[in-house]
Design a binder for this molecule. Structure first.
Ligand code: BTN
Length: 337
């Protein structure tokens, strides 16, 4: 079953929810009927639908309805309570389940795309990572979303956006979970203590000189517990809950990321990636580390000296400096003895 909350389409439902939230106590069915000009049966139907979305609503016979708790689903009406953006997240699609939010936007006709459109799923059945990997996407615990962007830039600049997104996620983490020491791992990861907290998949549809769509997909482990992590990922993945011991509100975390992403995106359009370098390098988990980069079938080793203003990783090999623009980075551990 798929639930889509389209604002306006479910206007009465939104208004009932606001009325219950504002009242902070029981609201009589009669008052809801009068205020929204609908029958008792319609009110009951809306209340049932809200419950299906995860709102806990108590119905007291002869007295009315009371909102006990809100849903944790990252649906628009919840996320928008935290949103301070002007474009990102202002067109919003939520589905309980879909194969992949990146694929959804990839398949969407360009005529139906809006700059800043966000697609979110509570669960992905075919979540994708870089290098054709899968992205573990169970229901009810994490965030899986994609943002559609149409920047007036050249296609060659687009990989920089993965770093802008990583910067935005780290900044949002400082707001929602300040004790979590999140860092950026070039080119697209957010790590905590060497374990993966979030991954970014930046895809593009373009001609040589015109961009049709950039799809920035973000997967963030929010309330995932250690037990829910598949055995083969247990030594590599973490979540905000595993790091803090707290269950966080997914709508709030999502809102903070979208706010931070819009700030970063605007800055990138105006000042370029160069303006992020001091912060990115400060938050980089690779700076000063000896690494091996697998890039286009070659293996390059060196000590990470920083990042370049066009999104590359700068390696020092003896006295030589070399910049790589894509690849898989692993730390080279010094041999014992
Ligand atoms: C990686 O670390 O390799 C990138 C992972 C990106 C996962 C996100 S989840 C939302 C969006 N939809 C997908 O299928 N993938 C991205």
């Amino acid at each position: 079953m798929v639930y889509i909350w389209e604002p306006g389409v479910n206007k009465v439902r939104e208004e009932i929810l606001s009325a219950l939230r504002d009242a902070g106590g029981v609201v009589s069915g009669q008052r809801l009927c009068e205020d929204f000009g609908v029958s008792r049966a319609a009110i009951s139907k809306h209340v049932r639908e809200l419950r299906k979305l995860g709102y806990e609503i108590e119905s007291v016979p002869r007295l009315g309805h009371r909102l006990v708790s809100s849903t944790d689903l990252p649906i628009e009406i919840e996320v928008s309570r935290y949103l301070k953006t002007s474009t990102i997240g202002r067109h919003y699609v939520f589905e309980k389940e879909m194969p992949s939010t990146n694929s959804f936007l990839g398949n969407l006709a360009v005529s139906k795309c809006h700059d800043g459109m966000v697609v979110v799923a509570d669960r992905q059945t075919g979540g994708r990572g870089r290098m054709q990997r899968t992205w573990h996407s169970p229901a009810g615990v994490n965030l899986y979303f994609s943002v559609l962007l149409q920047p007036p830039k050249s296609p060659s600049e687009i990989p920089e956006l993965a770093l802008v997104a990583a910067w935005a996620v780290v900044r949002a983490m400082n707001a929602v979970a300040p004790t979590v020491d999140a860092g950026v791992k070039w080119p697209n990861d957010v790590l905590v203590g060497g374990l993966k907290l979030a991954g970014i998949l930046c895809e593009m549809q373009a001609e040589t000189d015109v961009i049709h769509k950039v799809i920035l997909g973000i997967g963030l482990n929010v309330n995932l517990t250690r037990k829910q992590v598949p055995a083969d990922l247990r030594r590599r993945a973490t979540s905000l809950r595993m790091e803090t011991g707290d269950v966080l509100s997914r709508p709030r975390v999502m809102g903070e990321i979208l706010n931070s992403l819009e700030k970063g995106y605007r800055r990138w359009l105006k000042d370029g990636l160069g303006s992020f370098l001091p912060e990115l390098e400060e938050r980089s988990v690779l700076t000063g580390k000896k690494v091996r980069v697998k890039t286009f079938g070659k293996r390059i080793e060196g000590v990470v000296a920083g990042m370049s203003a066009d999104g590359g990783l700068v390696l020092k090999e003896g006295r030589k400096k070399r910049t790589v623009y894509s690849g898989e980075v692993t730390l080279v551990r010094p041999r014992a003895g």
